[in-house]
Write a protein that binds this ligand. Structure first.
Ligand SMILES: [Zn+2]
Length: 97
């Protein structure tokens, strides 16, 4: 009685037409992010500047990855330290609350 169910879940997937237009995979606009700290020539990140730090953490207090913020490795390390200190003095929330 259930013979109709056979092969129903097989759409015409493999019959790719040869005349398919050349589609470019995930073309991203190449906008280079620059480290904001490098631009400002920051030598030390102050943990008391919560306004600045907040741009690099999520609502929950998680730090954003470098690939999202564009912060360079050197400043990311300093930023991480500043965020951790800010958490200890309760200027920023700990992750997960
Ligand atoms: Zn930098």
């Amino acid at each position: 009685m259930e013979e109709n169910n056979v092969n129903v879940t097989a759409p015409a997937q493999e019959s790719a037409p040869a005349a398919a237009p050349a589609k470019k995979p995930f073309k991203r606009v190449n906008k280079k992010k620059v480290c904001q700290f490098c631009v400002d020539k920051v030598n030390a990140i102050d943990y008391k500047e919560v306004g600045k730090l907040r741009k690099y953490v999520t609502e929950k207090g998680k730090m954003l990855p470098r690939r999202m913020t564009g912060v360079c490795a050197k400043h990311q390390r300093m930023l991480a330290e500043a965020v951790k200190r800010a958490r200890i003095v309760a200027l920023l929330p700990f992750k997960g609350e």
